[in-house]
Design a protein around this ligand. Sequence first.
Ligand code: ADP
Length: 428
Amino acid sequence: MSNRLWTALCVALVAAFAAASVGDMGGLGRFLVVLGFGMLAAFTLEMVLDPPEPKQTAPQREPVSRGGFSRSMLDRMPAPFILIDLRGRVTYSNGEAARVLPRIRPGAHFSTMMRAPDFIEAIESVAKTGRERHVHFILPSRAQQHVVAHIALLPAGGEFGPDEQIMIQIEDQTEQYRANTLRSDFIANASHELRTPLASIIGYIETLRGHAKDDPEAREHFLGIMEKQAARMRRLVDDLMSLSRIELSEHVRPGDLVDLHTLAREAAAGLEPQRAQYEARLTLDLPDTPMLVKGDRDQLVQVLVNLIDNGMKYGGDGAGVTVQSAGEDTRYPGMVGITVVDSGPGIAREHIPRLTERFYRVSAKQSMEKGGTGLGLAIVKHIVKRHMGDLAIESTLGQGSRFTLWFPMAKGAAQDSAAPESIEKTDA
Ligand code: ADP
């Protein structure tokens, strides 16, 4: 309530007392009538002279933009946008354009910011014909940044001035280009991997039909080779299918509670034929307590199979492979780890960062002799990624390798409690 209102109310009160003390009307009646009129007059005066302020819901701030609608929108667009006049001078560029093309200046000729011949030709063509163009090129300032410039004519008389101008919108397509390159490299590699055994099988069929036709000994020998090549093709197709299935499920979080120790025992049991073939010594140095994680049982078994199999395969004659718990590591807080250690020849440092690439092998010849497809560790990487985990590879030439799988510890699961029922069923 304002001071003015208080004063008016006081005056009304005094007037009412005065009226009550004089005249013939009952004192109380006059007092009430004069007080009532006085209060009404005071409120009316207050409302007219000082109306109540509207309630503020948000704090006062500067207006969002002082420009027009189009300019405000373009200023904030997350893609570079540039306007040039028909003589090629820059008349407008948004913040993103300045970030991507640091040399851009108002009034500068567009050719100073980008010299790609296709880009220059497209602008000249739009200025001449008025027909829209889309042109792909690599940005000069950023190596290997693939962009597409959408170039069109802006009609005269709009928010940006009375003359016609050329508008350029730049779209970053580096990710798409990278994905396309990866995909086509992958298809080329996969076709090559399949073509080699296929060519060998076709060659032996011709031989069997030709000069080895009546030679039972040669036939047996060639059939043996063909069988091996067919098995290689089947392994490749199986791994390619696995990889594609894993990629499809990569964004779906696995939800089952599983025990990595149990799965490691299961993986080792399934690899007994390979262990016997390589004459390897496989040791499971795992405690009886479970190591619980949220995961996809089959995929985690596959990861462990791939790592243990590699350890035995590349570990050399009579390789020693041990599967053990990784213990706590400050680099992986809140995670549990399981390690596959081998006593093999080890891997040179320069190869380690590339081992999980598809078809990458330290020695292609050795991998093929051992029945490798070059996809085992790529599969491991994708499965680990789906499980929000990590794969750590450590190796010393002449001493062996350690592949450690890290996964987030299952929330609320006591790692030393008994294994849940669903896990016990999977025990090997
Ligand atoms: P592959 O099917 O060829 O085994 P992987 O993706 O499983 O494919 O492994 C990629 C390459 O990494 C192998 O070809 C091999 O050169 C190397 N490698 C993997 N594991 C080991 C290991 N335990 N010891 C030595 N080299 C290994």
